[in-house]
Structures are given as structure tokens and as C-alpha cells.
Design a protein around this ligand. Sequence first.
Ligand code: B12
Length: 432
Amino acid sequence: MGHLGVLLFLLGGLGTLADICEIPEVDSKLVETLGQRLLPWIDWLSLEHLNPSIYVGLRLSSLQAGAREAFYLHILKLKYQQSFLSPRLAVNDDKRDDQAKPSMGQLALYLLALRANCEFVGGHKGDRLVSQLKRFLENEKRAIGPNHKGHPHTSYYQYGLGILALCVHQKRLHDTVVGKLLYAVEHDQHIHRDHLSVDTVAMAGLAFTCLDHSNFNPNQRHRITLAIRTVQEKILKAQTAEGYFGNVYSTPLALQLLMNSFMPGEKLGRACLKARTALLASMKNGAFRNALLISQLLPVLNGKSYVDLISPDCEAPRVLLQLAMEYPSQTREVISVMLKVPSVMPPYRYSISVPAGSSLEDVFKKAQKLGGFTYGTQNTLSGPYLTSVMGKEVGEREFWQLLRAPDTPLLEGIAEYTPKNGETIELRLVSW
Ligand code: B12
């Protein structure tokens, strides 16, 4: 019986009805369809598109990709060791190499990938990667500042990932580093503008849950337990009428966190069943095409979370995935989409014709070809991220927000969102 089991047993004995978040098994065909969407990413071994999150998601799922998995991890190791340990990078001016270097969050995800293969980071090379991650966190701690007035250079989401990764590798963390994330969760009005989304609190909660299970930072134990409860409550409060926690795409991480929770009463179990129903409906409606999000969802559908990386089960049987192509339906229908960028001088506003089913990025490409519109992207684990429009690059803590007129932020990026005929899409430079 695990920790949770003992507690439930005790609570049961006291006559209190304790409640857990269970996700009953879903149709295995549906799960396989999701898994199949990861295979092209695993086979596409371009260094730029390597994604440790995909590896983690697959290992915590009920599915496997056979020998390709081991090969993928091997290439991940080469990339991450090369990026952080190659002497060439150390001597060269690091401005040039900086761009190629993975971020703190990506390094953290790589360490999670090692744990997903039941490896502990170690040896001379491994220790240097751990030191690098600790240095990243120290820098972020300094950026947040002694009075918590500043902001991390990356985000609290990546800060949480960093703590989680060190925790699953049983690396000790300074109380002051953990303290910054605790403070952020305790005072969310303070970092409201910092996208303290359900995703971000869920990630913080997963990191705290790991610390709690590992019994590190004993002098902060009480504060950590309270913070976990705060996170649970925030997530439950964020449940929408349809059943999502936050939105459809933050629901997987939210469930990962809640699956490690228990609460008196029946609220938790009911909320999770409702979220499961909503997720299933959205999956059937074609949501979850993005590999990163699939990698966060697959563990949930297998009853697992990132906290399981403390001691993963690497022997669990998993179903071998077969490559299957999904063919987009062919259509000759042409739609028109109004693309608008009001903030530039002169304001841009143009109706673009594209084949039905085109992505927003296809619309951008067409607009660029027609003239008068330019854009730039940066590759990320979530896909192409829009970084400039009409030559206007984003500044610090700014981003180009994607909206459907009049005022609805899109829930997908430019590569995945497919506009409908007659829609107006606005690009707006905003601070966050
Ligand atoms: C922090 C964050 C942001 C920050 C990123 C800036 C920063 N310095 O960190 C801000 C607030 C700017 C942001 C913006 C957007 N975001 Co956002 N974001 C996140 C969050 C919470 C964490 C990302 C992260 O750090 N990952 C870890 C690191 C290691 O991975 P990474 O690839 O190196 O991280 C980079 C990318 O994730 C990129 N990024 C952030 N959001 C998005 C969204 C898309 C579509 C892409 C391609 C890239 C991208 O910024 C990160 C830092 O460089 C995720 C939550 C999640 N579950 O993943 C949502 C998330 C990825 N974002 C989402 C969305 C929808 C957006 C927007 C499209 C919203 C909008 N309508 O404009 C915009 C992006 C528009 C554009 N210009 O292309 C969705 C994506 C859903 C999907 N179908 O893929 C998520 C899952 C949140 C959600 N639940 O809805 N985001």
C-alpha cells in the first residue's frame, strides 16, 4: 500500500469518506490514435526538433515505440551533453551559441527523460548537467529578487519543472530556491500577469508533491503541504462548466496533479470524472494534435503523472504502436480569412484566400507571398512560436497574442489553428 493508500485506509477507519481522483480506462483505440501522432516526431531525428517531453510522455503511457525509443533517448543524450558540456561552447563567445542552447525547462525535461528510463543522472557528465540546472535556478531566484518584486527570465512554469527534475533525481534543493515557488503560489496576485495559469500552478504542485514524497526540506514540510492544498483548490476552482480545468489543454497537467491528491468529501472524484468526460469529447472532436500536449495527456490516460518518475516502472508491459497515416480530408473549397494587425503603421488588414483546412500559418505564408505582411517564428517544443510581425520583434515579457475577433484568444498556435471561412484573426502585441 502506497502513501495514499495508507492515508485513505486510516481516513476510512475514522469514518471520513476520503476521495481520490481516478481516471477510469478509456477506449484503447482512442489512446493509440493519440500515440500514433507522436511517431513521426520520434522518427524525425532533426536536432532542432528533438523533444524530451515526447519521450517522457511515451514512457509513462500504455504505449511503446519499440527500438525507436532507445534510439531517440540516445540522440537526446548526444544533444544535451553536446549543448552543455562541449568545450567549444565554453570558449566561444556565448552570445552566438546561446540560441542553440536549450533553456532551463528543456534541460529539466531531459533529466525527466532519463528518469523515465529508470536512470539516475550521474558520473562526471551528469553531475555537470545537474550543476547547470542548479545554476539556472539560482539565476532565476536572483531575478525574482529578495522581495519577490522581479520575474524569472523564463517563467514560473520552467522554474517548477527545474525543481521537479532535481527532485526526481533525488538532488537536494536550497530552501531559498523552493521558497520562491512557494511564495509565488501563496501570493498569486503578485504574479498574476505572469501567466499563473492552471498549467503553471499544476507544474508547481507536481514539484511540491515530489518534494513532499521525497521528504526533502523537512523544515519546509508544513509550508509545502499547505501549498499543495492551495494548488488543488485553485485547480478545482478553475473548472469550467464543460469540465475542463482552465482550458482543454491545461486539463492534462491539472489531472496529473489531482491524481496525486485526496480530499474529504466527494468533490474531487466527481470533478475528475467530469474532466475525463470533457477530455474524451474533445479528443473525439479532433483536439490534441500537438505532440507536446499529447505527451502531457498520455500519462493521465494511463493513470500516471510526472511524480511517478520518483520510481518509475520500466518493466510495465506497453502496447507496440504501429505507424498509421492520418490523411487530411482533401477539399477544393476555398475560404477567406481576414488577417489584421491594428497596431502597426499603417494598420494591416487584408482578406486572404486559402484552401479550407489550412492552418493559420498557411494564411500567414499566403499573406507574405501577396506582399504587405511579414512574420518570423522560433521553433519550440510546442511548435513554431510567433516572435515577430511586420518586423516588430517582441521585447522582454511581451508576446504576439493570437485572437479571433473581436476578443477571443486562440487556444492553439499558428501551426495547429485552422481558421473557418469568414473569420477575422487579429495579432496583438501584449505584455504578460
Ligand atoms: C509560459 C507559457 C507562455 C508564455 C511564453 C513566454 C515565456 N517566456 O515563457 C506566453 C504567456 C507568452 C505564452 C503565449 C502563448 N501561449 Co502559452 N504557455 C506557456 C506555458 C504555461 C509554459 C511553456 C513552457 O515554458 N514550456 C516548457 C519549456 C521547456 O518548453 P519550450 O518549448 O522551450 O517553451 C517555450 C514554448 O512553450 C513557447 N510557447 C509558449 N506558449 C506557446 C504556445 C504555442 C502554440 C507555441 C508554438 C509556443 C509556445 O514559450 C516557451 C518559452 O520560450 C504552456 C503550458 C504547457 N502545458 O505547456 C502554455 C501553452 C503552451 N500556451 C498556449 C497558448 C495557446 C499560447 C498562445 C497561442 C496564446 C494566444 N492566444 O496568443 C500564445 C503564443 C502565441 C504565439 N506568439 O505564437 C497553450 C498551447 C495549446 C496548444 N494547442 O498547443 C498552452 C499549453 C497553455 C494552455 N493550456 O492553453 N505562453
